[in-house]
Design a protein around this ligand. Structure first.
Ligand SMILES: [Zn+2]
Length: 121
């Protein structure tokens, strides 16, 4: 790899550039926000219902923060991206569920109206 500071070619495992003495290499610090975003999104994905939509939103926000941090500090962003995708899926799933239950309720209302009217006739 090349030193990000002076541009000289250095050993891949080098932590400090032997030429200029600057810290080099990938940041080994873990992407905590990305991890949290991933966990929250996973919880939201595997649990249905209104309380968990907050997990989905939290997962989305944390994943975005994780991605921003990953870009700023060159951290790993795999979990943040996964968290982002999962949270979007869970939020979409929640919206679909909401729409579906809305239609289901109106359908059953019609059904019961019809049924009760039928009984009265
Ligand atoms: Zn250097």
């Amino acid at each position: 790899m090349y030193c990000s500071h002076c541009g000289k070619e250095i050993d891949d495992d080098a932590v400090i550039c032997p030429k200029c003495g600057c810290k080099v290499g990938k940041n080994k610090e873990s992407n905590v926000m990305g991890l949290l975003g991933f966990i929250f999104s996973l919880v939201a994905l595997f649990s249905a219902g209104i309380p968990f939509i907050s997990f989905g939103i939290a997962g989305l926000v944390l994943s975005i923060i994780g991605m921003v941090n990953a870009k700023k500090k060159s951290l790993k962003k795999g979990l943040a991206i996964t968290g982002l995708v999962l949270s979007i899926i869970s939020i979409c799933g929640f919206i679909l569920q909401l729409v579906f239950s809305f239609f289901a309720i109106s359908y059953f209302e019609e059904f019961f109206d019809y049924y009760i009217t039928g009984l009265e006739l």
